[in-house]
Design a binder for this molecule. Structure first.
Ligand SMILES: Cc1ncc(COP(=O)(O)O)c(C=O)c1O
Length: 476
């Protein structure tokens, strides 16, 4: 039986096809629909019912299936009017870096197996920390994304408060509490559950009218817990909330946390670069005081999934939390080099840093920061259009490029308005002229536009409103 190999000519042919595809996909995005031919889930599933290929089907056949089945039924993330969730458009330099990283196939776990990749990751982490305005020499690690980074951040908090927890387990601990706000990303709650503390350890601290955590209420909640014999472990402040881009007052929260001996984790998965973006610097005030800090390059730096980052200013705490001896691997203190396996839950780890390294070297950090400045302005212009339109209502002040709003073509009750807006988003997500996601603000169902794609321009703004009106006509 033949080994699974391609000849050099075949590899080059495959590479030419891929290069042409990437170039076409990234440069023609705006001239194509956001989704070509959306199929109902059952029909799409049927398209991917195929027997296990025991024998080779060949490059051409496989590329044909990729084009006709995968591309044809993929949403064009990176389209100028794709504004749902937090999905950016990757830059070409980062896309090709992924292929190069795959070819080198470094597992960035132990230095001996990936010496240069380890150093690239360390360098990139220093660059990200610097761009974020966090402690430049903080310990850090790249993760799959913000959820994993938040999990690591809260594990660090647990380790800090309970240095023996890895031996005793959580059953030996006193009751604990973590402080979030209603706007905190759900991954923080998930992390608390995954640590074995359960939702009962979550305290929901109220916010002000701009959905920012109230430090005074945080202090009150911490003191109430302490009086009851509960150990306050960590507070999570958000730099750029998912729903509206709101920024918790980090400096004031840090003060409360320092006085009360509570770990402060800042979730800057989305807004983590604010400190360096002109006009947004104030959002990150006090960030350097955070005990741990999440920022996602796959949201903030125009690199493809997956890339998150977590930092802590507590030097040496990461290896205390994750380090372990393994006879078959180089070990800290015994074998030279720096081992990322001691900095997070993963052993095998992809060379995620290369796409960030390429992005910063090819395009420069200034271009990324300027783009964010433009996107923040675009969100403000969009909010002004919403306010000026007789059939729309603005629901949140634009913040860090996010706007929440709703379609309200006539006077109607809350329930009717909620149903209409939910239905409009459903239609738009089946492939309209704009792709939006939804959120809840109190009892109100809102649409949400996240300006995160560098391709979006002023020309797109009225078209987004038009797309909503068109979808509403379809809803009837
Ligand atoms: C504020 C915030 N934190 C964390 C996350 C989770 O990030 P990821 O999807 O990379 O796990 C998100 C995702 O949207 C987010 O908005």
């Amino acid at each position: 039986m033949a080994e699974p190999e391609l000849s050099r000519e075949e590899i080059e042919k495959l590479g030419r096809w891929v290069t042409a595809f990437v170039a076409d996909h990234l440069t023609e995005m705006e001239n194509r629909p956001i989704a070509d031919a959306p199929l109902p889930p059952a029909e799409l599933r049927a398209l991917f019912e195929e027997p296990l290929p025991s024998a080779p089907q060949g490059i051409e056949h496989t590329l044909g299936d990729f084009r006709d089945k995968v591309v044809a039924h993929s949403v064009r993330v990176g389209h100028p009017r794709f504004l749902a969730w937090m999905r950016t458009s990757p830059l070409a330099g980062a896309v090709f870096a992924e292929a190069l990283a795959a070819a080198l196939n470094q597992s960035v776990a132990v230095w001996q197996g990936a010496p240069a990749a380890t150093e690239v990751e360390r360098l990139v982490l220093r660059w990200i920390a610097r761009l974020s305005g966090y402690t430049p020499n903080a310990d850090g690690v790249l993760t799959s994304g913000g959820s994993m980074a938040n999990f690591v951040g809260l594990l660090l908090a647990r380790q800090h408060h309970f240095p023996d927890v890895r031996s005793t387990g959580v059953q030996a601990l006193p009751p604990v509490a973590f402080y979030l706000s209603p706007e905190t990303h759900y991954s923080a709650v998930k992390a608390i559950e995954m640590m074995g503390f359960g939702k009962q350890a979550v305290r929901c601290v109220p916010t002000d009218s701009d959905r920012r955590m109230l430090p005074v209420m945080l202090r009150r909640a911490i003191r109430t817990d302490r009086r009851r014999g509960v150990v306050p472990v960590a507070a999570v402040a958000t730099l750029g909330t998912t729903a509206t881009g709101a920024c918790d007052p980090i400096a004031e929260i840090a003060e409360v946390c320092a006085e009360e001996g509570v770990w402060l984790h800042v979730d800057g998965a989305y807004g983590g670069l604010a400190a360096s973006v002109r006009g947004a610097e104030h959002c990150a005030r006090g960030l350097e005081k955070a005990d741990s800090f999440t920022v996602d390059p796959h949201k903030t730096m125009f690199v493809p999934f997956e890339a998150g980052a977590i930092f802590t200013r507590h030097s040496g705490l990461m290896p205390k939390t994750f380090g372990a001896h393994a006879d078959y691997l180089p070990n800290a203190n015994e074998d030279e080099g720096f081992h990322f396996r001691d900095y997070g839950p993963q052993l095998s780890r992809g060379f995620r840093a290369l796409k960030i390294y390429f992005t910063l070297k090819i395009y420069g950090a200034d271009a990324i920061l300027r783009t964010w400045q433009r996107l923040h302005r675009l969100a403000e212009q969009f909010a002004a259009l919403v306010v000026a339109a007789h059939d729309f209502q603005l629901l949140s002040k634009p913040s860090l490029g996010i706007v929440a709003f709703r379609y309200l073509p006539r006077a109607m009750g809350e329930e009717e308005a909620n149903a209409l807006n939910r239905a409009v988003v459903r239609v738009l997500q089946r492939g309209g002229k704009a792709f939006l996601s939804r959120t809840h603000l109190g009892k109100t169902d809102a649409m949400r536009a996240c300006f995160i794609t560098y391709r979006t321009t002023e020309r797109d703004l009225p078209l987004i409103l038009e797309a909503v009106r068109e979808a509403a006509r379809e809803v009837g």
